[in-house]
Design a protein around this ligand. Structure first.
Ligand code: NAD
Length: 349
């Protein structure tokens, strides 16, 4: 294992964010809210409105691509240096670059001797272990390179972990109906159709869940013309058949799960987002949104439908991964700190 600096028992963990896009900006804001860590800088590849916003928010800005420093200077945006300068100042870097670029960036992190967290767009072998706070916090203890699994995998893993811990799991079948792109995209556009993606079985989500939870799972996935959230239709064959109320209580008692009811007007992802616009900055929902009405036991099998806000759900996981890698807190302590700072478990409907 490569040597990394930073067995931080004292002082705040200095966090760098490489790639200030959809996930990067949210992780930066979440780090800023923690008492035991601080943002030492963020990177941008170009001097656009996001770069200006980062500076406005008080983040020190660095060029992700060293040859582009001049571009920022020409645009009149204050820049502190390049990614290499930033890595010198950091105890850990959160790579939030587009999928597959993180693996290319890793070389820089190893050279700089800095711990790194990668996102779900990377292959599992980019890191020593994959991460989900509920299912495998302890596997990341003291590690130098960790991958936080994707939005869909995080959403699946949370509910499956709870069911497995309480009732055991023989087999899972899950269908993912995926938003085709994030709301900000203007390059890829919406598909005018429903795209089996992939057409062959299984979709990558099942094997990805298995990097963080030992469970028998087969997944199928479709992309649909929406930008708001993913939907998961989940069917679990449990070892012990639960009473519906007991299952609901297990879900209700986990702060990272929100139970929503059709009677409250939550008839679609559009309505969930409309509500979230009033309760959270950028309508960020860090929780799995499980429709309470969908939670059913039929012929001894569990069924439920949940919505996942893809832009936000991995944010708390990144924060917990930082604490695990520096062995700062136990799973319970870290999740509690993260939840409190982000308002998870505090929303009353
Ligand atoms: P994004 O395109 O919104 O942001 C990526 C940022 O990285 C952009 O600002 C881009 O300019 C910058 N960048 C490009 N090349 C770079 C480089 N060489 N070095 C550093 N930065 C570079 O992407 P995103 O949606 O934030 O996704 C980031 C990662 O998070 C991916 O692995 C993705 O799979 C994963 N993820 C995305 C979502 C989602 O729904 N958006 C959810 C969970 C996980």
């Amino acid at each position: 294992m490569a040597k990394c600096r930073g067995n931080k028992k004292k002082g705040k963990i200095k966090v760098a964010i490489n790639g200030y896009g959809t996930i990067g900006k949210r992780v930066a804001d979440a780090v800023k809210l923690q008492k035991d860590m601080s943002v030492v800088g963020v990177t941008k590849t170009k001097p656009d409105f996001e770069a200006k916003m980062a500076v406005k928010k008080g983040y020190k800005l660095y060029a992700a691509i060293p040859e582009r420093v001049e571009l920022f200077e020409k645009a009149g945006i204050k820049i502190e240096g390049t990614i290499d300068d930033l890595l010198e100042k950091a105890d850990i870097v959160i790579d939030c670059s587009p999928g597959k670029i993180g693996a290319e960036n890793k070389e820089k992190y190893v050279k700089a001797g800095v711990k790194a967290i990668f996102q779900g767009g990377e292959k599992a072998n980019v890191a020593e272990t994959s991460f989900n706070a509920l299912s495998c916090y302890d596997k990341a203890l003291g590690k130098n390179y960790v991958r936080v699994v994707s939005c869909n995998t995080t959403g699946l893993t949370r509910v499956l972990y709870l069911i497995k811990e309480n009732f055991g799991i023989k087999k899972v079948r899950a269908t993912m109906i995926r938003r085709v792109v994030d709301p900000k995209e203007d390059k890829k556009g919406l598909v005018n159709g429903i795209m089996p993606n992939p057409i062959t079985l299984p979709s990558h989500h099942g094997p990805d869940v298995q990097t963080v939870l030992d469970v028998d799972i087969t997944t199928v996935a479709f992309k649909v013309p929406s930008t708001l959230m993913h939907i998961h239709s989940i069917n679990v064959v449990p070892e012990k058949i639960p009473e519906r109320e007991d299952l609901l209580e297990v879900l209700r008692s986990e702060p990272r799960i929100l139970l929503l009811k059709e009677n409250d007007g939550f008839t679609s992802t559009a309505k969930i987002i409309e509500w979230a616009r009033e309760v959270r900055m950028r309508y960020d929902l860090y929780e799995n949104c499980v429709w309470e009405d969908s939670v059913s036991i039929v012929d001894g099998e569990i069924y439920l439908t949940q919505a996942i806000h893809q832009e936000a759900i991995v944010v708390p996981e990144n924060i917990d991964a930082i604490r695990a890698m520096f062995e700062l807190k136990s799973r319970e302590e870290s999740m509690k700190l993260t939840n409190n700072s982000l308002g998870i478990g505090k929303i009353k409907i």
